[in-house]
Structures are given as structure tokens and as C-alpha cells.
Design a protein around this ligand. Structure first.
Ligand code: GLU
Length: 527
């Protein structure tokens, strides 16, 4: 018989919508390593939803699995949120009315709920030793069951409070025998719920195993802790990655069994971020293989000392990174792609998040960064570029750097590319592309540049307009096509066939430097 525990009922949904509860959402990462861009997108959708509805955004550190705990990972997550401008309102770094916000610090409060579930018959004590569990797995495998699970069939054969006499259970507990508490999954039932993104979702309970809720060391597992904390922290909407969907029936049953049905958050399982070819979830390894970052910021694995580059260190501006992430799975329906964070807050709606996975496209990510670099104020770009100059031992006037940033930013995808496109504004050419000039060099051209040098010396108005006008006029007088002289002039100023308009370069370098470079350039051509 199919027992339908469909949840929440339409009536409940209606009542909940009418209750106008303050929106509270949470990002609940486990501090196990670098923060994947999918994780940052979960942060972003939480943040946007909370801000859009005038609600609150909580950061909760889910560190109950001590074996996976990595030192430094929590601080790293907090720094990622700060860098993206998506800080939480409550969390371990700033406290709040529902703390502590680290599950390891809440350890003492979970057992009572696990015991409550045992008392109501929805969970049970399991005393199986690691050896017994291993023996069970071996036996099952020898019978052709390749992924043995502690489920409705197996639990009848194991060492637990469902198979042992009550007195024996009591004796074991009194003796302090190590044990876990497992959920008792109902048989032949169907769990249904309405996901904000996927609509109605249903699961057969027969294929879900009896998950451990409380471990032998008294720590809750993720499954128990996430439900208890979402309840105690009054979370109204839970956004998380699609990979958590298979756990949803366990969580929904726990909400029901603990008697908290009417407080259960609405769920939204966010679509995966896919590899560029669309084949499966984007992993850090894909980034390593294809040469792009997958983590938000540099991550140094304390165990292996392996450094993984992040979007921040690759040169992404946080506003571009955030905008790009918003578009991985959401749009406003208008075709617009560039949104400020304020605009995103205004326009974000969960109804417009797609069900299907979103392919990650690194070229598109660079395009977003380019757009934000072009939009960014020149002085701000100069500040960001400053460390690159300092590393090279250069200390130009910030106003000059800002001017260069403004001249070359149209060509840059990253801030450090200001150097690639404008290094000659900061240092004199070390080599000259004389091959481009020498074959057509003539005594007339040489004479032109000598006269031009003298003319420049007397020029008061050293602006590109005037420079260009004089240059062309002199060329006409000397009977040489100005086009044939501009390339040598460019090579004298910057060493090669690149850079902004040549008279703009001259104006920016200023008279003294331009004259010096013509002199050095002429010498190089003649050498
Ligand atoms: N601790 C889980 C994680 O690491 C959170 C899943 C959830 O949000 O329920 O992603």
C-alpha cells in the first residue's frame, strides 16, 4: 500500500503564505576546502532573495563531520562572502540572536531531538560495530548487491533496538555501549513536496536508507543538524544545490516526525553548474584541466600544500564575478545581462531560476569582467593596478596611472592586462621593432624626424590634436605621406606596432619624454 505523506499540503502552503513570516534564509557550508563558484551562487541567491524580501541572511557553519574539517576553511568562506559583497547578517563571525552559528558548538542540543524520534518510533538505536557493518556489506556483495545500504530489509538482520529485546537495549545503553541513532524510513511510502524551482517532486521511501542521525561520538549528522538548525534558526526558505535533492525526503520526514510541519521552510534546489560541454557537474579538476578557476579565491590546501587559483587572484572584479554568477541559472526575461547588485536585488525572483543545469563558459566570464573594467572609474582601476607596478619597482603618480588605465581599459579583460597594453607608458622600450621600419627608411624620413624634433621643442600646446596637425603639415611640406611616418614614430615611442593612437601616446608621455624617445628610437633605427 502506498502511504502518501505528501507535504506540505496545499492548505498548509496557503496558511504559510498568509502568515507573512519574516524571510530568513541561510547558507550552510561545510568548512572542507575552497569555495566552488556553485557555492558562491548559492550565497548570491540567498542574499538576493533575503534582500528582495527585506529578510535576513544567515551563515551557518556545518562542521559536524570532524573527519572532513579543514583548518582555515571557515575564515576563507567568510572572506569570500566579504570579497563578493554578500556578507551575511548573522553568522559565526558576527553573532546574532540564534547563535551559536557553528554546529560543533551546538552539539549538546541535538541529542534530545534524536531521542524524541526514538521515543515516537521514527528512529532507533543501532549498536552494530564497524566489523559487523563490514561483514554485512561483504555478505550483501557476495549475494550480488553491489551497493549495500542499511535499509528497511537489512535493519531486520542487524544489531539494533528494532531487533533486540527492550531489556537488552536498556542494558546496552546503561553500559554506555557505543551506538548511533538511525531514522526508521517508512515502508512503501511516497514523500512529496513542492520545490520552488522544480515544482512537485516525489520520492519512494523504499529506496532511501536509514540514515544515521546521531553518531557514536554524540555529534549529529548533517541530516539531523540541518533540520534542527533550520527550525531553531527560523529559516523560511532553504536554497541549496541540486546534489542535496536525494536527501530531501529524509529531511522532510524529520520535519514531520519532530512535529514541526507548519514551520518547514520552502525548498529550492538550485540547478547544477555544468562543465563547458554540458557533460556533468563542473569540478575543480575541470578548471585545472581547462585552465580556468573554479574557486572564488585562492585556496591553499593545508594538507597537501597545493595552491588552487581563485577568480579573485585571476583578476576578476567581485562585481563582475557576482553578475556572471547571477546569470548562471537566472535571467530577468529581457535579455539584459549586466546588472548591478542593487538591480539584481530588485529584479531577482526565484520563479525565473531555471530547472536545467547552467553551462559554465569561461570566455563569457571574461566578457563580464571586461564590461566591468570598462565601466570602472579610472582612478579605481589605477588603485587596483598599483600592486602590479610596485612589484616591478615602479611608483608613478596615481593620476598618471589612472590616465593610462583609461586609455587602455577597452582592451583589457583583467586589471593586470593594463600592463600588457600600456607598459610603454611606464618604461622606455627595451627593444624596437626596427624590421618594420628599416627596409623603408630613407634620408628624407631621417630629415623629417630631425625637423620634427626641433618643431616639438618649440611647441607650446602639446596636445594630440596640435601634435597631429603639425606632424601632418610637416609631412606634406616634406612631401612624404604622413602614414609612412606614423609607424616609425610609434615604434620610437613604444617599441612596436601597438598601443593607442600615436599622438595620444606622445601627449601622455609629455614633451620631454617624447623627445628623448625620438632620439633613442632614431639611434636604434640607424644602428
Ligand atoms: N552543509 C551542506 C553543504 O555543505 C549544506 C546543504 C544544505 O544547505 O542543506 O553544502
Amino acid at each position: 500500500m502506498i502511504l502518501d505523506v505528501s507535504f506540505p499540503s496545499p492548505k498548509l502552503l496557503f496558511l504559510r503564505r498568509m502568515s507573512h513570516k519574516k524571510v530568513r534564509v541561510r547558507f550552510a557550508p561545510s568548512p572542507t576546502g575552497g569555495l566552488h563558484l556553485g557555492g558562491v551562487r548559492t550565497v548570491l541567491f540567498n542574499y538576493l532573495f533575503a534582500r528582495h524580501h527585506g529578510g535576513e541572511f544567515v551563515l551557518r557553519i556545518e562542521d559536524t563531520d570532524q573527519t572532513r574539517y579543514v583548518p582555515g576553511a571557515e575564515e576563507y568562506i567568510i572572506e569570500c562572502l566579504r570579497w563578493c559583497g554578500l556578507d551575511a547578517d548573522e553568522g559565526p563571525h558576527k553573532g546574532g540572536p540564534y547563535g551559536p552559528y557553528r554546529q560543533s558548538e551546538r552539539k549538546a542540543l541535538y541529542r534530545q531531538y534524536a531521542e524524541q524520534l526514538v521515543a515516537s518510533g521514527h528512529a532507533y538505536y543501532a549498536f552494530d560495530t564497524p566489523e559487523e557493518l563490514e561483514a554485512m556489506r561483504e555478505l550483501e556483495k557476495s549475494r550480488g548487491n553491489h551497493s549495500p545500504q542499511y535499509n528497511q530489509r537489512i535493519r531486520r538482520t542487524m544489531h539494533n533496538s528494532l531487533t533486540l529485546e527492550a531489556a537488552e537495549v536498556k542494558a546496552l545503553l546503561d553500559k554506555g555501549t557505543p551506538h548511533v541513532i538511525r531514522i526508521k524510513m517508512p515502508e512503501h511510502a511516497e514523500v512529496r513536496f513542492t520545490d520552488m524551482i522544480r515544482g512537485e517532486v516525489s520520492f519512494q521511501t523504499d529506496i532511501v536508507d536509514d540514515k544515521v542521525l546521531l553518531k557514536a561520538d554524540g555529534m549529529p549528522t548533517y541530516h539531523l543538524a540541518v533540520v534542527v538548525d533550520d527550525y531553531l534558526m527560523k529559516i523560511t526558505h532553504a536554497f541549496r544545490g541540486e546534489e542535496w535533492l536525494p536527501s530531501a525526503p529524509v529531511h522532510i520526514l524529520l520535519w514531520k516526525y519532530l512535529g514541526w510541519e507548519s514551520s518547514m521552510p520552502e525548498w529550492a534546489h538550485l540547478p547544477l553548474i555544468l562543465k563547458p560541454d554540458g557533460n556533468g557537474k563542473l569540478s575543480k579538476r575541470d578548471g585545472d584541466r581547462l585552465g580556468f578557476p573554479v574557486y572564488a579565491m585562492n585556496w591553499l590546501d593545508p594538507k597537501t600544500n597545493e595552491l588552487t587559483q581563485g577568480f579573485r587572484e585571476r583578476g576578476f572584479l567581485p562585481e563582475a564575478f557576482v553578475n556572471m554568477l547571477a546569470m548562471l541559472g537566472w535571467n530577468d526575461g529581457s535579455g539584459q545581462e549586466l546588472f548591478s547588485l542593487d538591480e539584481l536585488v530588485q529584479k531577482f525572483s526565484i520563479e525565473r531560476v531555471h530547472k536545467g543545469g547552467a553551462k559554465f563558459d569561461y570566455e563569457k566570464a571574461k566578457w563580464f569582467n571586461h564590461q566591468y573594467i570598462v565601466k570602472k572609474d579610472d582612478a579605481a582601476l589605477a588603485t587596483l593596478f598599483q600592486p602590479v607596478l610596485e612589484e616591478k619597482g615602479l611608483h608613478p603618480d596615481p593620476a598618471y596611472t589612472a590616465r593610462i588605465a583609461g586609455l587602455v581599459k577597452e582592451r583589457c579583460h583583467f586589471v593586470n592586462e593594463i600592463w600588457d597594453h600600456g607598459f610603454f607608458f611606464f618604461t622606455r622600450p627595451e627593444k624596437y621593432d626596427t624590421d618594420a621600419v628599416k627596409p623603408k627608411w630613407t634620408a628624407e624620413k631621417q630629415a623629417f624626424f630631425e625637423t620634427w624634433t626641433a618643431a616639438l621643442n618649440d611647441l607650446e600646446d602639446f596636445t594630440f590634436h596640435t601634435l597631429e596637425e603639425h606632424f601632418k603639415q610637416l609631412a606634406v611640406e616634406k612631401n612624404i605621406k604622413p602614414g609612412e611616418l606614423q609607424l616609425p614614430f610609434r615604434i620610437m615611442l613604444c617599441g612596436g606596432k601597438f598601443g593607442p593612437p600615436v599622438f595620444v601616446i606622445a601627449e601622455t608621455l609629455g614633451k620631454k619624454e617624447t623627445l628623448e624617445r625620438i632620439k633613442l628610437g632614431l639611434a636604434a633605427i640607424q644602428a
